[in-house]
Write a protein that binds this ligand. Structure first.
Ligand SMILES: [Zn+2]
Length: 160
């Protein structure tokens, strides 16, 4: 039995109303300001090294997201491996709807994904997260020849 299940069972046996930890509940019921605060608070926990998302009961989170998802926020982030969104905001399964692309640029597909998150899933805030030392931005600025279809990202950055 999982820890969360054990606590629920004990609470029920004791005649108490079980209240799940805030992060296990449907997040889309948060206000936009509360959703943004949840992300910022999570980022502060990440920065301070006091993350709590790993303490959440993954079994409950998985079970709650089998048939539906109710992420409280959407994040557009670079695909860079150094900015893992869930870790950076100390979140877990079902909490954040993430669109990632090199350079965190907006394409019609990315906009469609973020619209799906807001209009269908009910995300209350959309956060666009850039980062330092972005290889996609550097490559665009350098304008050198690159292999494959990497250069498809360049026009998106071009502000001329
Ligand atoms: Zn980047």
């Amino acid at each position: 039995m999982t820890l969360g299940g054990t606590l629920a069972g004990l609470a029920t046996a004791a005649g108490l109303e079980f209240t799940a930890p805030h992060s296990v509940l449907a997040q889309s019921k948060l206000s936009p300001n509360a959703a943004l605060k949840e992300l910022m608070d999570g980022n502060q926990r990440f920065i301070s090294g006091r993350m709590t998302s790993h303490e959440l009961d993954l079994a409950i989170l998985k079970q709650n997201t089998v048939d539906k998802q109710e992420p409280f926020a959407a994040v557009l982030s670079c695909a860079d491996s150094r900015v893992p969104v869930e870790l950076v905001f100390d979140q877990s399964i079902g909490h954040v709807f993430v669109a990632r692309v090199a350079g965190n640029v907006v394409t019609p597909e990315i906009i469609a994904s973020l619209e799906y998150g807001a209009a269908v899933l009910g995300t209350k805030v959309i956060l666009v997260m850039g980062h330092a030392n972005c290889g996609a931005v550097k490559a665009t600025i350098q304008g050198k020849e690159v292999p494959g279809q990497i250069s498809a990202l360049f026009p998106i950055f071009d502000l001329r």
